[in-house]
Design a binder for this molecule. Structure first.
Ligand SMILES: Nc1ncnc2c1ncn2[C@@H]1O[C@H](COP(=O)(O)OP(=O)(O)OP(=O)(O)O)[C@@H](O)[C@H]1O
Ligand SMILES: [Mg+2]
Length: 164
């Protein structure tokens, strides 16, 4: 299937959480979301929205996993939040068991995914985040695989309907 990019712009962290929520509502078991973007671009913020959309209980604060590299949250579908900033070598990838998580039934969100492009499953949603100004961010959505593209289309339709 042809790869298509969709561009979303948000003008506040709340709006990013709102978009993440809509996206999270549409994700399915096995969905993989790979995030790229500089420090403070909003990877964790978007993940917080995705967690909300997956019904991760509101009292659980979603924050970047630091020493463990991976956090698991309970939700409509379990959410695995991986932050690869501190990943030093590929053997750590094995130790943490990321391949098992990627082939499981949870939703997986990966920050600093550019470090492991070659290890991502064929089907995934890549989101390239750019900082435009203090409060503005763009999210370029690139779906790899028919199922995820379909799901992103549904999420975008809902997001656009909300905007109006
Ligand atoms: N439109 C926006 N969307 C998301 N975050 C925004 C936006 N505008 C401002 N911000 C701010 O940018 C910061 C985003 O931080 P966040 O931790 O989500 O980034 P990150 O990409 O995960 O960074 P890191 O690489 O350190 O993990 C927050 O302080 C947030 O308040
Ligand atoms: Mg982060």
């Amino acid at each position: 299937m042809e790869i298509k990019d969709y561009l979303i712009k948000t003008n506040s962290p709340e709006e990013t959480i709102g978009f993440g929520t809509v996206l999270g509502e549409h994700l399915e078991p096995g969905s993989v979301v790979a995030l790229t973007g500089d420090f403070g671009s909003g990877k964790t913020c978007l993940t917080q929205g995705i967690a909300r959309g997956l019904n991760v209980p509101g009292h659980i604060y979603v924050t970047s996993p630091s020493f463990t590299l991976i956090n698991e949250y309970p939700g409509r579908i379990p959410l695995f939040h991986i932050d690869l900033y501190r990943l030093e070598n590929e053997s750590e990838w094995e130790e943490i068991g990321i391949d098992e998580v990627l082939s499981g039934e949870g939703v997986v969100v990966i920050e600093w995914a550019e470090k492991v492009c070659h290890r991502l499953p064929r089907e995934h949603l890549l989101i390239l985040i750019d900082t435009i100004s203090d409060n503005s961010r763009t999210f370029k959505l690139r779906g790899h695989g028919e199922k995820i593209i379909d799901l992103v289309n549904h999420a975008l339709a809902k997001w656009k309907a909300k905007d109006n």
